[in-house]
Ligand binder design. Sequence first.
Ligand SMILES: O=C(O)C(=O)C[C@]1(C(=O)O)C=C[C@@H](O)C=C1
Length: 395
Amino acid sequence: MTEKSRKQGKGIAKKPKAAKKAAAKPDAAAKAAKSTARPDLAELRVRIDSIDHTIQALIAERAQFAGQVGQAKGKLAAAVDYYRPEREAQVLRRVVDRNAGPLNDDVLVRVFREIMSACLAQQEPLKIGFLGPEGTHSQQAVYKHFGHSIHGLPLGTIEEVFQEVDSGAADFGVVPVENSTQGTIQSTLDMFLTSNVKICGEVELRVHQHLLSRGGRIEDIERVYSHPQSFAQCKAWLRQHLPHAEKIPVSSNAEAARRARNADDAAAIAGISAGTVYGLKNVAGPIEDRADNTTRFLVLGRELFPPSGNDRTSLLVFIKDQPGALYNILAPFARHGLSMNRIESRPGNIGLWQYAFFIDVAGHVEDEGIRSSLEEMTDFVEEVKVLGSYPVAIA
Ligand SMILES: O=C(O)C(=O)C[C@]1(C(=O)O)C=C[C@@H](O)C=C1
């Protein structure tokens, strides 16, 4: 059972368009953009050079201040201790709020993420575990969330990502948790039943699938490798274009690409970056059946972070086996006006037919509403685990 209103949680307070425009567009650039006369290329490049000069000086100045912020935090043990997801979310929401174009929000967010990533790496790059090998969508999610100034650790399974974070070998981990076409990734949810790791962020990634092969000719393809989730996302396309090819499920799309590089009659369904890593040609794509195909990833860490102002809380609730228990754990959220974004039941590993409920609710566990809701449900639960309170995904 899943109830979703994710976008509703985004809550990025937008200024009225006209006010944003007036605030941001420099006069000279606005006039030049309106003029019908052909602009002078050399003059434009002089201006761009001058702006680049200023931007570079400001980035260097920002990096110096970020370094001082590091010192202000005291002598901490490792880079992981300097990372502040709630602060990064606030910085990025302001970027979106200020944006008056012409660049899209997601482009500007990417640029500022990279700046913060580089600023943080001045201490030492964060070590981020993800479902490898190189070229997976999980790796893209890592870069989207942490920028490129990190040290990526490609791992074999979702379970290993949890273990490496738990043991401290990785500072953070990134794992897929649900796909808009295919639903929940059960193996991720089940790990929370036994693991102590915390959720400290979420990433939403538009996922495009491509048919990749060494030879690049669809008429040669007799075997297709991919992860079962990706096969499911491209079911209709495969039925229409490769109905007779053998479909071979493997552990990741990048692994599919790795195998497809050995023969001309083999292909992989994977992201385009896997093709670049493994030297494959793009035969067709995007080939996912739904154009809005999106995967949501969770960022795993070892501690809870303070509120960012627009957060989500994930709970794991083991309810008592008694009439009305489920109603009584959900009613407090309604009483406190808290939006529930998701509820999903899984066998709880605590006895036959005993279920655990994964619940996502808007807000932070330090908020009065969630604190009171948790108190009010105590008579109806065996145990509640707060899996994490973290900033709602940005752009
Ligand atoms: O504000 C901080 O706490 C910083 O360390 C600075 C900064 C930044 O570059 O803005 C860098 C890393 C943190 O994760 C958050 C923000």
